[in-house]
Unconditional design. Structure first.
Length: 80
């Protein structure tokens, strides 16, 4: 099974990199761009067919390593 994990900063956490990207886009003439928040995407292949087990395992991975859950949130998307 394939998984995609989206990790972004929680609302209310300052995002200086997103702010820099937003300013750069404005300076390049993209005046319609408002607030920008950046994050990361992690693609993982898991050798398990049980979706419940996969979600549980991915949650553990996020909580223990992939995301800093103090300031980041994550979403898991599965495909076969």
């Amino acid at each position: 099974m394939k998984a995609r994990v989206f990790i972004t900063l929680k609302n209310g956490v300052l995002d200086p990199q997103g702010k820099a990207i937003g300013h750069a886009l404005n300076n390049l003439g993209f005046r319609q761009v408002g607030e920008v928040r950046q994050g990361k995407v992690i693609d993982i292949e898991i050798e398990e067919r049980d979706e419940t087990k996969v979600r549980s395992s991915l949650k553990d991975m996020c909580e223990k390593l992939l995301a800093n859950t103090v300031i980041e949130k994550y979403e898991i998307e599965l495909s076969k």
